[in-house]
Design a protein around this ligand. Structure first.
Ligand code: HEC
Length: 133
């Protein structure tokens, strides 16, 4: 793929080819920048209790296994749990996550069931510092 791109860069449509190559790189990884941000959100805010692979750690005993096929929540159920907290361990994320982020992370949780790539081969959370909330 790179060789192909290099060959093309000799051509006149340098910018267009650059964009196409760039898009291919995104396609190959199967992830967009937005997915990446949501994954980081999950790994930093949720995984400490719910596990990188959606299986709750000891601290979150009683929480659902997110990859369990018999666990079929609506997205609203997840957003509500994030918004209001659940039980005595999971605190509300109100004011810590934006409504859009709650929505994204709920979708991410739902996708964990069908997208094995999210739960296997997860990249280590980036070492970059979190936005202060
Ligand atoms: C401090 C630990 C902790 C953190 C952090 C945490 N959770 Fe939870 N979560 C729990 C526990 C414990 C439960 C089970 C609570 C109960 O049912 O009593 C739970 C339950 C849930 C449920 C099930 C809700 C339902 O109605 O059945 C969802 C969905 C969920 N968490 C999503 C998330 C997401 C998404 C994040 C990150 C934004 C997150 N949690 C962060 C501990 C945590």
């Amino acid at each position: 793929m790179y060789a192909k791109c290099d060959a093309h860069t000799a051509g006149r449509l340098l910018l267009a080819v650059g964009l196409v190559c760039g898009m291919r790189i995104v396609d190959v990884s199967g992830q967009t920048a937005a997915d990446d941000k949501t994954q980081r959100l999950y790994t930093t805010k949720c995984a400490l209790c719910h596990g990188l692979n959606g299986t709750p750690k000891a601290i979150a005993k009683g929480a659902p296994v997110f990859t369990d096929p018999s666990w079929t929540p609506s997205k609203e159920t997840i957003v509500t749990a994030v918004m209001n907290g659940k039980g005595d361990k999971m605190k509300s994320f109100k004011g810590k996550l934006t409504p859009a982020e709650m929505d994204d992370v709920a979708e991410y949780v739902l996708k964990m069931k069908t997208n094995a790539a999210l739960t296997a081969g997860l990249p280590a959370p980036a070492a970059e510092t979190q936005k202060p909330h």
